[in-house]
Design a binder for this molecule. Structure first.
Ligand code: EPU
Length: 418
């Protein structure tokens, strides 16, 4: 077990380079087992969720060869085996093996996925979609999901909500289904385009990624493929917020500005200046921050994954700000600890009312999920004195080399074994 210690108040200056996107990489690796022989993925981030996916791929008897910035997956000996609960429950993205194995073998045995716990996170859209493609879904007494199809057949599918996970999972399942699948009300997140480009590099026929209607024409086989993971827009957003809190010309590089346009708009509304270049942004501690209101929405709306981190910035604005969380209504695990550090935040159902500005004081806190952890390290960076963050495993699931990245720009931060 480890805890993160941060001595607050140190100005951040220099450059932080953003890694490949977690939520792309965790779909690209399961998708890689669809390659007939070899798939090559560049810029996979060094985070613990990736380690678990590699364990699952190796359990399936494929080889993962890791080099500096790439992973080569060799599927020559791929076998279809049950993915046990101890692996599936370690992360959300284990559910992508449902779609990938179904496409490859017409049969999957796996347990319910894990992932950050902020209320109910069902997979009913995924399962209904598999059924529409002709699969049967049986849940055994011990919780094992057995998904089986004689043959997968293309279908017209409507998602009740544009779920990121269901969109990618159903694309995976439909790649080799007979005929045409049309996914209506699909999610439009950039990570979906990244995964579709990878599948198309293997010979899949998928059009419309990035729009709400995605068409998949089933093919007989997928050849070798490659892809580069897009920059992580949530990691970028987190460090941009750090710059606005305590930066001195902090440069965040390897970003795609279009992917963070909702955040940039909110910074403008808050009177926070920044300098944007083609693939970087430079930002300094902001003064006279104005309050604002934020509603989380699917892409290109304001991402739920940045709603927790931006709370810290809103706590420094003069006046009342509101965050309405519409995607995960119970994603509020950060609030009690921010209040313990000195914030004034009230929760009413899925709405946070933040009254600022407030001075934050270092104390002992616990990450309740990945982005709650990010929120706490942001608060710790500006707090007076020392903050101890427990449950740091959550943070390491999604923030690559966080201690090095922040130390290199001047933060006083270290991990301690407990
Ligand atoms: N939903 C259902 N049924 C389903 C699927 C989703 O009711 O079958 C609901 C969810 O409960 C939620 C909404 O639909 O209210 C959206 O869920 P979605 O399926 O889009 O989320 P996800 O695929 O499980 C991914 C990311 C999350 C990110 C969300 C929203 C991965 C592995 N996870 O989750 O990332 O918050 O999309 O953008 O890609 C994070 O990075 O911290 C994180 C939690």
């Amino acid at each position: 077990m480890q805890q993160l210690i941060i001595d607050g108040g140190k100005t951040l200056s220099g450059t932080i380079k953003i890694n490949g996107a977690k939520n792309s990489a965790v779909a690209l690796l399961p998708a890689a087992i669809l390659a007939e022989n070899t798939a090559t993925l560049y810029e996979i981030p060094p985070i613990t969720d990736i380690d678990v996916l590699i364990d699952i791929i190796e359990l399936l008897n494929s080889e993962c060869i890791q080099e500096e910035n790439k992973i080569v997956i060799k599927n020559d000996n791929l076998k279809n085996v049950t993915i046990p609960q101890e692996l599936s429950q370690k992360l959300r993205a284990s559910y992508y093996f449902m779609g990938a194995l179904l496409a490859k073998f017409n049969h999957v045995e796996i347990y319910f996925p894990g992932g950050c716990n902020f209320g109910s996170r069902q997979i009913d859209f995924h399962l209904k979609g598999f059924e529409s493609l002709g699969a049967s879904v049986t849940i055994l007494e011990d919780g094992k999901y057995v998904i089986d199809a004689q043959e997968l057949k293309g279908a017209d599918i409507y998602l009740d909500f544009p779920s990121v996970g269901a969109t990618i999972n159903l694309i995976l399942a439909a790649t080799k289904a007979k005929g045409k699948t049309v996914l209506n009300n699909a999610a439009k997140e950039p990570e979906i385009i990244n995964v579709v480009n990878f599948l198309n590099s293997m010979g899949a026929k998928i059009i419309g990624a990035g729009t709400s209607t995605i068409t998949i024409i089933g093919v007989d086989k997928l050849n070798d493929g490659f892809s580069e993971v897009i920059p992580d827009r949530i990691e970028a957003g987190t460090y941009i917020i750090a710059g606005a809190l305590i930066g001195d010309n902090l440069k965040i590089e390897n970003i795609i500005p279009q992917h963070i346009s909702s955040l940039l708009t909110k910074l403008k509304e808050m009177n926070i200046p920044y300098k944007l270049e083609e693939d970087s942004i430079t930002i300094s501690k902001a003064h006279n921050i104005k309050p604002t209101n934020i509603t989380t929405l699917v892409y290109p709306g304001f991402p739920t994954d940045l709603a927790q981190p931006i709370t810290v910035l809103l706590s420094q604005a003069a006046g009342i700000s509101i965050i309405e969380e519409t995607i995960y209504k119970k994603r509020m695990g950060h609030v009690a600890y921010l209040n313990k550090m000195g914030c004034h935040i009230e929760i009413n159902d899925n709405i946070e009312k933040i009254t600022g500005p407030t001075n934050l004081i270092g104390t002992e806190v616990e990450a309740s999920d990945l982005r709650a952890g990010a929120t706490l390290f942001l608060a710790a960076l500006i707090a007076d004195g020392k903050t101890v963050i427990r449950n740091v495993e959550y943070i390491l699931r999604g923030y690559a080399n966080i201690v090095n990245k922040l130390s290199n720009v001047g933060a006083k931060i270290y991990l301690e074994e407990i």
